[in-house]
Design a protein around this ligand. Structure first.
Ligand SMILES: O=c1ccn([C@H]2C[C@H](O)[C@@H](COP(=O)(O)O)O2)c(=O)[nH]1
Ligand SMILES: [Zn+2]
Length: 162
C-alpha cells in the first residue's frame, strides 16, 4: 500500500496561502492585503481583502496615496482586509478565532479584532512597524491579550494553473 504524501501544506502555509490568495483580489495598486479567519479547530470562517465598500466603484473612487486633498486619496475610502473579513462573517461569534493576514493590522483593524474576540494574529509583512498606527495597534493588542507573531516563511512555491 502506498504511504501518505509528506509534502502537504502545513496549517500555517494553508491559511497564510489563502490570505495571500484573497489579497490577489485587491485592486489597490500599491499594497494588496488579504486576510483569513480560522476557528480554534482549524476551520476557515471568513476571508477578506482591502477594497472600497459595496457601491463605491473601483473605477470612480481614487487609488492615489498622496495629494493635496485627502478626499482624492484611497485612505478615506478603503475598507481594510481584516475588517472586511470580520464583516463578511455571518456565522455568529468569532470569539477565540485566529486571524491570518499578509500585513500587520493597523490600529483601526486592531480595535475590530479585539472587539470581535479574536485571540491570535499571524501576520506576514510588517512594513509599517514604525508608524503610530501599528505601534498603537500592538499596544492595544498587548493590553487586550491578543497574541501576535510573524508567519515563518517556508519559501515553498505554490503553482496553480487557472
Ligand atoms: O490593517 C490594514 C492596513 C492597511 N490595509 C490596506 C489599506 C490600503 O489599501 C493598503 C495600504 O496602502 P499603502 O499604499 O501601502 O499605504 O493596505 C489593510 O487592508 N489593513
Ligand atoms: Zn486596518
Amino acid at each position: 500500500m502506498s504511504e501518505k504524501r509528506k509534502d502537504y501544506l502545513s496549517w500555517d502555509e494553508y491559511f497564510m496561502g489563502v490570505a495571500m490568495l484573497a489579497g490577489m483580489r485587491s485592486k489597490d495598486p500599491n499594497t494588496q492585503v488579504g486576510c483569513c479567519i480560522v476557528s480554534k479547530d482549524n476551520k476557515i470562517l471568513s476571508m477578506g481583502y482591502n477594497g472600497f465598500p459595496i457601491g463605491c466603484s473601483d473605477d470612480e473612487f481614487p487609488w492615489a496615496r498622496e495629494g493635496g486633498d485627502p478626499l482624492e486619496t484611497k485612505y478615506v475610502y478603503s475598507t481594510h482586509s481584516e475588517l472586511n473579513a470580520i464583516l463578511n462573517y455571518s456565522g455568529g461569534s468569532l470569539a477565540g478565532a485566529k486571524l491570518y493576514v499578509s500585513l500587520f493590522p493597523c490600529n483601526e483593524c486592531a480595535k475590530a479584532i479585539i472587539q470581535a474576540g479574536i485571540k491570535e494574529v499571524i501576520y506576514d509583512c510588517d512594513k509599517y512597524a514604525d508608524t503610530p498606527s501599528v505601534i498603537a495597534s500592538k499596544r492595544m493588542m498587548d493590553a487586550a491579550g491578543v497574541r501576535y507573531h510573524q508567519y515563518h516563511r517556508t519559501n515553498r512555491e505554490v503553482k496553480i494553473l487557472l
